[in-house]
Each structure stands twice: as C-alpha cells, then as structure tokens.
Ligand binder design. Structure first.
Ligand code: HEM
Length: 377
C-alpha cells in the first residue's frame, strides 16, 4: 500500500496494487514480446521458436489471436467450447466414478491433473493413446518456472528444453497428418483449413498456437480446481450451500479466481518507453512484473479482501489478466472448473483434508498444491 511500484535490486520493477496493474495491462507502451528484452526472464516460449501470441505485441498478436478465437470463443458464439459441456461432464463423471468409495484420494493426481489434459487433447484432436506423453512434456515445460530446491536446475532446464522440442515436433507431425485428410472437427484441423479474412496461418504459427493452448491451459486449470477444493474444504459453509444451490458455482469460481488465482504474477512485460506509474518513473527497457494475486487482495479496490466471499458483487478480479492478453481460454477454464467442483461437491462423501496446508508447487508464477490428499467416508 505504501509502495505500489518497487524497484528491485536487479533493476526490475514490481507493481502490486489493483489500479496500477490494471492500467499497465491496458497500456500500449508495455510489451509482452520476450524478444524485445535483453534478459527476458522466465518465459514459456524458447528464444528462436516462432513465438506464440501470448509473447507478441500488436499487430502480430491481434491477427493470430483473432484467427484462433474464431474457433474457440467468445462465450456466445457457436464454437467448440460451447458444444463441450456434455463431453466435459462425461470426463468428470468417469474420473469421479474412480474416486467414489476410496478412503483417501489425491485431488491433484486422481482428478485435477487428468481432467484438463484429456479435454485439451480432445480439443486439439490428439489421439487418446498419446495423452500420457503430453502429460510428461507439459509437466517438464511448466517445471521451467519452478525454483524447487529439491530438484537440480540444470536437469530441469535440460528436460524442459528437450520436452519443448519433442512437443513441437509431435504437433508438427500431427498437423501434417491432418493436412492429408478431409478437415475434421478438432481445432488443429480447423486452423489448418481456415481461409478467413486474416488469411491462412502458416504451419509454424499453427504449431506455436497449439503449443500455447496446451501449456497455458493445463497447469493453470489444474491449480484452479485444486485451489477450489482446498478453499471449499476450509469453508464448509460454502461447500454446504453449493450442495443445495449448484448454480452458485458460477460466482464461487469467480471468487476463487480472485482469492486464490493460479497465475500469481505476470513476469514477462517490458517498458517500450519511459513510464510514470504512481509517481515512479520506470525507464524504457525495464522488465516489469505485475502481481495479479496482490492486486486481487488490494483493500483499496476490494472490500474485506482476505475474506472468501462468493456473494461478492461486481467481482472484477485479475485472475485472467486484462486488456489485449486477457486469458483466451477463460470460457473453457470457467466451464471446466464449474463442472469439476460441482461434481466433486456432489459425490465426495464427508471429505476432509489430510494435511493443511498441503505441499505446494515451488513455482515463481503458478500457485497450487502439488498434492491434495483428501479422506472421505
Ligand atoms: C493468457 C490465466 C486457462 C490460454 C492468460 C493470462 C492469464 C491467464 C493471467 C494473461 C497473461 C498475460 O497477460 O501475459 C489463466 C488461468 C486459467 C487459464 C488462471 C485457468 C484457470 C487457460 C486455458 C487456455 C488458456 C484453459 C486454453 C485452452 C491462454 C492463452 C493466453 C492466456 C492462449 C494468451 C492470450 C493472449 O496473449 O492474447 N491466461 N488461464 N488459458 N491464456 Fe489463460
């Protein structure tokens, strides 16, 4: 509250209040392009890889996002996501069937992890038998953001870099195999056959886009579901209400995105020119980290911010970011989490946490338990 914009020892800037973060997310003088910086810091795209649109600025960002969006969202158009409710419910029902009657389950390994990976593979048209390989690759890539002292950073870097290569290679092969067939209903086929107002995506652009959707949409959703279960078990009165009023899940998921957002910080912005934020001048070329989770608990914006309150009105949280990079997968993530949590709330019998707090993933960017053991019955 006293210092919304702080300069770190390494010369980077950290912004932690709602108003300032929000303004910066809408500021065209901020770049998301890791290649515009000498030292891009943690980034999910490797230098040299054709960049995905999360790491691009307009106009290249806007063209690729628009082209992908035509087949994915927004929530009101007849696109893949809206047609997915029955499929998502079927995947959740299947997974929950395996949990019923077991004394102890791990919400992460037994439920929250397999769910989004199955969904995204289905969406992209990845054959079921290849899903375990996807799992391993994505896990190794996301671990590049970890600072877990229990694992060797060199080993993590080696495995993550190899996984990036393998995943790109796999997606390029899958795309090639799609090209030879009549267009199917999956996203990869749709992108490959699109000849809309923005022209065609090149094969490299399609691979980068598919790669981005896979990585951005995986661990984040796992964490939102897991953070959701943890928060509900810590707030049994809300869990009880959800059992009686399942439609309350929409507000509950929004409040989770404020209270326990899976993406805690955005560390990959850079200043294109000198900027003045809350009286502090940030020089051109500086790296800027935006503390979304801190903005979400800013008492100047949210009343009683440390209270988990699904009845909160006008909940304009920063859980999905804001501005031109606002989470592209938000409609899917919302629907997945609503269906997942409502399914668990209905079917778990007298669930209790085994350890509170649970062990957390040691990540600089993502926040969520590594495991969440729950006893039932
Ligand atoms: C962007 C959070 C799920 C795809 C973002 C951003 C945030 C975010 C904070 C903004 C990044 C920035 O400004 O640099 C989340 C959370 C999720 C989630 C908390 C789950 C609960 C998904 C899913 C997908 C997805 C399921 C895709 C299937 C993307 C993409 C972008 C993005 C493609 C980049 C958008 C752009 O640059 O225009 N997400 N995300 N996300 N997200 Fe998500």
């Amino acid at each position: 509250r006293r210092r919304p914009v702080a300069r770190q020892e390494d010369g980077d800037y950290v912004v932690s209040t709602y108003r300032e973060i929000s303004a910066l997310l809408h500021d065209p003088h901020l770049s998301s392009d890791a290649h515009s910086l000498e030292n891009p810091g943690p980034a999910l795209a490797e230098r040299g890889d054709p960049p995905a649109f999360i790491g691009l600025d307009p106009p290249r960002h806007d063209r690729l996002r628009r082209m992908a969006m035509r087949h994915f969202g927004p929530p009101h158009s007849p696109t893949l996501v809206n047609d997915m409710r029955p499929d998502l419910t079927a995947v959740v029902t299947d997974l929950i069937e395996n949990l019923v009657g077991r004394d102890q389950i791990d919400i992460v390994d037994d439920f929250a992890y397999p769910f989004p990976v199955t969904v995204i593979c289905h969406l992209l048209g990845v054959p079921r038998e290849d899903e375990p390989r996807f799992h391993r690759w994505v896990e190794a890539i996301v671990a590049l953001l970890d600072f877990d002292p229990a694992t060797d950073p060199q080993e993590r870097l080696r495995e993550g870099t190899q996984a990036r290569k393998d995943l790109r290679h796999y997606l390029a092969e899958l795309l090639r195999s799609r090209r030879g067939r009549p267009p199917g209903d999956d996203l990869l086929s749709r992108l490959a056959s699109d000849e809309g107002p923005d022209g065609r995506m090149t094969d490299e652009e399609i691979v980068s886009t598919a790669n981005l959707l896979l990585i951005a949409g995986h661990e984040t959703t796992v964490n939102l579901i897991t953070n959701g279960v943890l928060t509900l078990l810590r707030h049994p009165e809300v869990l009880e209400r959800l059992r009686r009023e399942p439609e309350m899940i929409i507000r509950t998921v929004e409040e989770l995105l404020r209270y326990e957002p899976p993406v805690h910080i955005i560390p990959w912005r850079a200043a294109y020119s000198d900027l003045t934020v809350a009286g502090v001048t940030i020089p051109k070329g500086s790296r800027i980290t935006l503390m979304l989770a801190s903005g979400n608990r800013d008492p100047a914006y949210f009343r009683d911010p440390d209270r988990f309150d699904p009845d909160r009105r006008d909940n304009r949280h920063l859980g999905f970011g804001s501005g031109i990079h606002l989470c592209f997968g938000a409609p899917l993530a919302r629907l997945e989490t609503q269906i997942a949590l409502n399914g668990l709330v209905r079917h778990l019998e007298n669930p209790r946490l085994v350890a509170d707090p649970p062990p957390y993933r040691q990540s600089a960017v993502l926040r969520g338990p590594r495991h969440l053991l729950v006893r039932q019955g």
